[in-house]
Write a protein that binds this ligand. Structure first.
Ligand SMILES: *Cc1c(COP(=O)(O)O)cnc(C)c1O
Length: 403
């Protein structure tokens, strides 16, 4: 395989359009404001809560829908010393955009262009024997040592190698490190149930992680960065902090444990605000079925407002009749089905709303606005999914200091 050229099929990272900083929203159907100061402040708060541990900010999934590159800068400004993404393509995109901080990537298949990763000075995860073999080959091909974080499956039952299978990888890694082919900088694992702090798997995984670190040390490895804690563990379980915490959702000011507390409870604030404009407001009589399938019927004389967002923008179709929105300080839920590009609000007969008025879909808990968590609760999913699926048709506008 020719590894001197980037893989032609490597996907580029889709990014929504960006409005200028003080850009006007006149004439836009909808937009998402991303408060970069909130991101920096959230990372700083996570750093305080992590004590001596450093913060690796997780910016996969286009930074949970907030924008890979601007969020990278804001997270670093807030004190993060490391960034992490899932796909190798995301890590390469960040490098190509000038992000120079350490970046860990843990998701790539056999045959991935790991030489490009080594040349881009990325940190690659090895969670299976084939990965260590291919990382070593890439390091030899480029003539530079590959920086590696070994990934253990301590009980999540997803990525990484089981403790028994890691034994052989640890020996191989120690040999490759002695030869100068790899630098085993880190070792990590991921929790299954950190959002249920008393769950017995939490302690069990932590104990296995400690055992795996001891296994690594027995073969002569000295991983300097041992990391296990996602957001939920960072906020609820100080004993899991090790050398670095690895939060994602909390960086964006959303709670990983909404039953325990919202962002305010943890000293965080939501960074994403999604606003749309009513593009049609009209009077409507009683008994009128609304939107496809007539899953909602008006009860009396009322006014209808048309919101120009739909499931093509990431508004969940399951939010029909339950998705929360706010117009002019009043709270509503979607009337009838969410369509591909549009949905309807029953504004009430006395509504003063007019075409062009702003509709808040996602705002701040502390301001009594609908939140990503409210949307998640309404359709029985998690806030992660709500912000991450916000589509590229919704332009992002960055507020606060762009680093
Ligand atoms: C997504 C992810 C994280 C971040 O999890 P949050 O719950 O968003 O804090 C950390 N580590 C791994 C391996 C992940 O996949």
């Amino acid at each position: 395989m020719d590894i001197s050229h980037p893989h032609p099929a490597l996907p580029s990272v889709a990014t929504p359009s960006v409005l200028p900083k003080e850009g006007s929203t006149v004439g836009l159907s909808a937009w998402a404001d991303i408060d970069l100061t909130a991101i920096s402040d959230n990372v700083a708060e996570l750093g305080r809560r992590a004590g001596d541990a450093d913060v690796m900010a997780v910016i996969k999934g286009d930074a949970y829908g907030h924008g890979l590159v601007p969020v990278a800068g804001a997270a670093l400004a807030g004190g993060a010393t490391y960034l992490a993404v899932a796909q190798l393509s995301e890590a390469l995109a960040a490098r190509a955009a000038g992000v120079s901080a350490p970046i860990l990537t843990w998701l790539f298949p056999p045959g991935a262009d790991l030489a490009a990763a080594v040349r881009a000075d990325l940190t690659v995860s090895a969670g299976a024997p084939w990965a260590l073999t291919e990382i070593a080959a890439a390091a030899r091909a480029t003539g530079s040592a590959a920086r590696v974080h070994l990934k253990a499956d301590t009980g999540l039952g997803r990525g990484g190698a089981w403790r028994e299978d890691l034994a052989g990888m640890l020996r191989d890694a120690a040999r490759l490190e002695a030869e100068g082919i790899v630098d085993v900088e880190g070792i990590f694992s991921h929790f299954a149930c950190a959002d249920l702090p008393g769950h017995p798997t939490v302690r069990a995984q932590q104990e296995t992680f400690v055992a795996v670190i001891a296994d690594a040390e027995r073969v002569g490895l000295r991983p300097r960065i041992r990391h296990l804690a996602n957001s939920a563990a960072t906020l609820t379980n100080p004993s899991a902090q090790f050398d670095m915490v690895r939060p994602g959702i909390s960086v964006y000011g959303l709670s990983p444990v909404p039953d325990i507390g919202g962002p305010t409870h943890f000293g965080l604030r939501e960074a994403m605000r999604v606003t749309a404009r009513l593009i049609n407001v009209k009077d409507c009589g009683p008994g009128q079925g609304i939107s496809y399938g007539h899953q909602y019927t008006t009860k009396g004389e009322t006014r209808l407002g048309l919101v120009p967002l739909g499931y093509a923008d990431g508004i969940p179709r399951h939010a029909g009749n339950v998705g929360p929105m706010q117009v002019g300080g009043r709270h509503y839920t979607v009337a009838g089905r969410v369509c591909m590009d549009q949905m309807v609000l029953d504004l009430g007969a006395d509504s003063p709303a007019a075409a062009g008025d702003e509709v808040v879909l996602i705002g701040r808990e502390a301001h009594g606005e609908p939140t990503a968590q409210d949307w998640a609760a309404a359709i029985d999913t998690i806030n992660y999914e709500i912000v991450t699926r916000l589509g590229p048709r919704v332009p992002r506008r960055y507020l606060g200091v762009q680093q």
